[in-house]
Design a protein around this ligand. Structure first.
Ligand code: ADP
Ligand code: ASP
Ligand code: MG
Length: 613
């Protein structure tokens, strides 16, 4: 007899009829010989309606009372679904998060699960009952026993955590689309269903805005090897399997908190090339990376920080043995770019600064890339800060920073590599020897599996940050102390003398809701550092392409940049990890950019996906 955890989202339990349909499927699963735990969300838009109600009473309701309010939504659904099951003659019992014993940290509105006490659920299952559990909620440890919620979309996380704790055979997430699609079908109706996707790819996609799965649910599935499937509530189609590598057994205590960083990786075989002072207009990145792709040169990190006047710097890394070839290709572009800068020069005002600088090319083989990796860093703002402060304490200067949702990579001087790794292993309490990144032996299928759009971010930058160890650590620690999660972090390549001191710009993105608070943080730091300027832009969109296949597929970035250039969409920032490329563009071009990239990677299908209201 198998144990199956099924989770039904808000739309799937949005009306009496839909609850009946869910009850029918649950009963059929039991009749097929399985034990079933069901996790449900609040009906339809109940949670949104409760948020609105609270906002009519208070502009800043306390987080504790919000949890008290929002947790009621799920309580309605569990009772109704249990009644529907009982009505069909199926023994069932409803349970709140607290009754199950879903114990979380005492952090309202974003609590992480510490452990799940499974005895009571198991007892009911042994009696042949279906257990219907309220998703999204938990309770803090004694003596306080506070009702907590896990963050919007958190019922997925409740379901996967239950599956891990109960060692269920499968966790099935039922929703209003046929499974995980190449992108959001509400924005791009030609999105196509994937039959499977790896946890690593899904983690990036989920954190980048594909809300079909809560990223923390994917994190737990990956860490505990939970078999996870996303399917439609309306059909019997198989949906999408989210596959995870087989894992060593891991303690269930500290479920979501144990290890934010799983691994430290390093690579001393890359070289860095930077093209400085290129014109800030559509098509430059496409040209540069198109040339490299034309010669089958594989590029790893790519970063383009915030523009300076009408100019940008683009930096990237390649394998050392292709450095010469890559440098000469990039150099070949300089005369073209210089022509373009001169043409653009008349549009500049005198204080835009970098007018006098010619396009320049620099390269460095004496670098190492050091990364911390782990799904547990999502939504935990202190992790990147801890990496930076560890490097600062070891006196190591950071040259490039590139972040993804589950990885922070820094390039440093190669002679600093050993002590950096040692310091990081100590800081993150990892005693296994670090992994050297291995290039995968075989191709992994399509370079890009899915694309995502996030219009909920703001871009901030601090100009003229002194170029010395400890600066990034300071900025991101102060942001972390305020609970602000930072997403893309990009440190500019160009190092400039400002008031006699070498300085660099540091840019990053945060959730729009945090932009004002982040600006305040930067203001106080600017005074301390003697930096000259803070930039805040909320009218941005982040468009990302994800796929493990891009590790071995030269030209993936070039293709994405070309798709944007063809639509005359300017790229404001670029950040990559091994398996994703993210570009910041103007907000009003976000959907067009998403469609362009989706089509460019051949992801669009011929028939449209229908989505219910
Ligand atoms: P539920 O209430 O079932 O948890 P959600 O609204 O949280 O459902 O998530 C499902 C929605 O996620 C879909 O209706 C779809 O609009 C959106 N979505 C965004 N990106 C994707 C994607 N890549 N694949 C599938 N759905 C996506
Ligand atoms: N009801 C909660 C929300 O709307 C949790 C969930 O649906 O996953 O965010
Ligand atoms: Mg959801």
């Amino acid at each position: 007899m198998a144990l199956i955890v099924q989770k039904y989202g808000g739309t799937s339990v949005g009306s009496v009829e839909r609850i009946q349909t869910v009850a029918e499927r649950v009963q059929a699963t039991v009749q097929a010989g399985n034990s079933v735990v069901v996790v449900v969300s609040a009906m339809g838009k109940t949670t949104d309606d409760l948020v609105k109600l609270a906002n009519e009473i208070s502009s800043q309701p306390s987080r504790r009372e919000m949890d008290m309010l929002l947790s009621t939504g799920e309580q309605i659904s569990i009772a109704l679904l249990t009644m529907a099951l009982q009505e069909r003659g199926q023994a069932a019992v409803s349970m709140t998060g607290a009754q199950v014993g879903i114990v979380t940290e005492a952090r309202h509105s974003h609590a992480r699960i510490l452990r799940i006490e499974t005895e009571r659920v198991k007892r009911y299952l042994d009696q042949g009952q279906v257990v219907v559990v309220a998703g999204f909620q938990g309770i803090s440890d004694a003596p306080d026993l506070e009702i907590t919620t896990l963050g919007r979309g958190g019922s997925d996380t409740s379901a996967v955590a239950l599956a891990a704790s109960l060692q269920a055979n499968t966790c099935e997430i039922y929703t209003d689309v046929p499974g995980i699609l190449t992108t959001d079908p509400r924005l791009v109706p030609s999105a196509q269903l994937m039959t499977d996707i790896t946890c690593d790819e899904m983690l990036e996609l989920a954190s980048l805005g594909a809300k079909v799965l809560h990223p923390r649910a994917v994190e737990i599935a990956r860490n505990y090897g939970v078999t996870l499937v996303v399917r439609s509530s309306w059909t019997d189609e198989p949906g999408t399997r989210v596959t995870s590598p087989s894992r060593l057994p891991r303690p269930l205590d500290g479920l979501e908190l144990a290890h934010p960083v799983d691994a430290i990786e390093f690579d001393t075989e890359q070289a860095k090339i930077a093209l400085l002072g290129v014109p800030d207009r559509p098509g430059i990145a496409a040209q540069l990376f198109g040339k490299l792709a034309g010669q089958q040169l594989n590029v790893d990190l790519i970063i383009q920080s915030i523009n300076e006047g009408n100019f940008n710097d683009i930096a990237f890394t390649v394998e050392q043995d292709t450095l010469e070839q890559a440098t000469s290709l990039a150099a070949g572009l300089i005369p073209l770019l210089e022509g373009a800068s001169k043409n653009g020069a008349s549009a500049l005002t005198p204080n835009q600064g970098s007018l006098a600088d010619p396009v320049a090319l620099v390269s460095d083989t004496q670098i190492a890339k050091v990364s911390i990796a782990g799904a547990g860093m999502i939504g935990r703002p202190g992790v990147a800060a801890k990496m930076f402060s560890t490097l600062a304490a070891a006196g190591v200067n950071i040259q490039m920073i590139a972040t993804s949702e589950v990885k922070v990579s820094c390039t440093i001087a190669v002679e600093d590599c050993d002590r950096t790794i040692f310091a990081l292993c100590q800081a993150f309490d990892l005693n296994q020897s670090p992994a050297r990144l291995e290039a995968p032996a075989a191709r992994y299928g399509p370079a890009v599996r899915g694309v995502a759009l996030d219009c909920d971010q703001a871009r901030l930058a601090l100009r003229q940050v002194p170029d010395q160890p400890g600066m990034a650590a300071k900025i991101f620690q102060v942001l972390a102390d305020r609970g602000i999660s930072v997403d893309m972090i990009i440190q500019a390549q160009r190092c400039r003398l400002y008031q006699g001191i070498p300085t660099r710009d540091i840019a990053f993105t945060v959730a729009q809701a945090d932009a004002d608070m982040a600006r305040g943080v930067l203001q106080s730091l600017a005074t301390e550092f003697g930096s000259s300027e803070i930039i805040v832009d909320t009218a941005i969109a982040k468009i990302s392409a994800v796929g493990i296949g891009m590790i071995t597929e030269p030209g993936t970035a070039a293709k994405m940049f070309q798709a944007l250039a063809d639509r005359n969409i300017n790229i404001q920032m670029i950040a990559t990890s091994e398996i994703k490329i993210s570009c910041v563009v103007a907000e009003d071009q976000g959907i067009e950019a998403l469609k362009a990239v989706h089509t460019a990677f051949g992801l669009a299908g011929s028939h449209e996906i229908e989505v219910p209201a």
